[in-house]
Write a protein that binds this ligand. Sequence first.
Ligand code: RET
Length: 231
Amino acid sequence: MSAIGGPGVIPLTYAIVLVGLLVGVGISIALLNSEADSREGGFLWLAAIPAIAAVSYLLMALDIGVVSVDGNEVYLFRYIDWLLTTPLLVGYVAYVAGAPRKWILGVAAADAGMILVGTVATLLTGIATWIGFGVSALFHVVLLSILYLVLPTYVEAHPRRRRLFKVLQNHVGLLWIAYPAVWLLSPAGVGTVSTVGTAMIIAYLDVVAKTPYVYFVWRDRTAFVEDDGEF
Ligand code: RET
């Protein structure tokens, strides 16, 4: 039994996070029904993000898809959620920048590589885990390089999108660094933080990574109208 109440707190945390994600679903529905052009804004792709995460958290709250690695519980739906939603999160930043399809797909692929290798690393043990961590972290560096070195060159041509791009770029660029850091401290890494502690920190990070993101787009939904455009 840990100081924060043992494994029982995990489903409770997941239920709380589920509520936070449903707020994100609500914001995306509002966005889809807003005066802004949802095709131009790619809002359907965006709406998928909190929706997929909400389904995953519902399954995790119900203890579905939990496997044991080295005596530690691994929630598989966390990684399935990440595999589907993080390419969307990062690909959408490229879309907001007005980057061509090859960069939208390129940054999404670097992300998918990071999550896939990271998931395998989590499921393995010993030296293989650390090699996997290193490869996954390399993908993360590629992703960050595209985010900060490539995408800004495209947003120059879209002045109305600049503010939203900057907000999303830093939201993804800074917040996501917490994930490998937490992983390193978790039982999958050095084990300073317990399974329960890790599950709780990641759960809150996930909701912060998604619901405010959707809110930022909602706040700047007029960014997708060209300068002479009107609602
Ligand atoms: C892992 C472990 C291996 C090294 C790295 C990782 C990075 C994970 C990231 C996850 C982001 C998740 C988000 C979820 C939103 O709901 C796989 C932890 C680099 C960056 C944003």
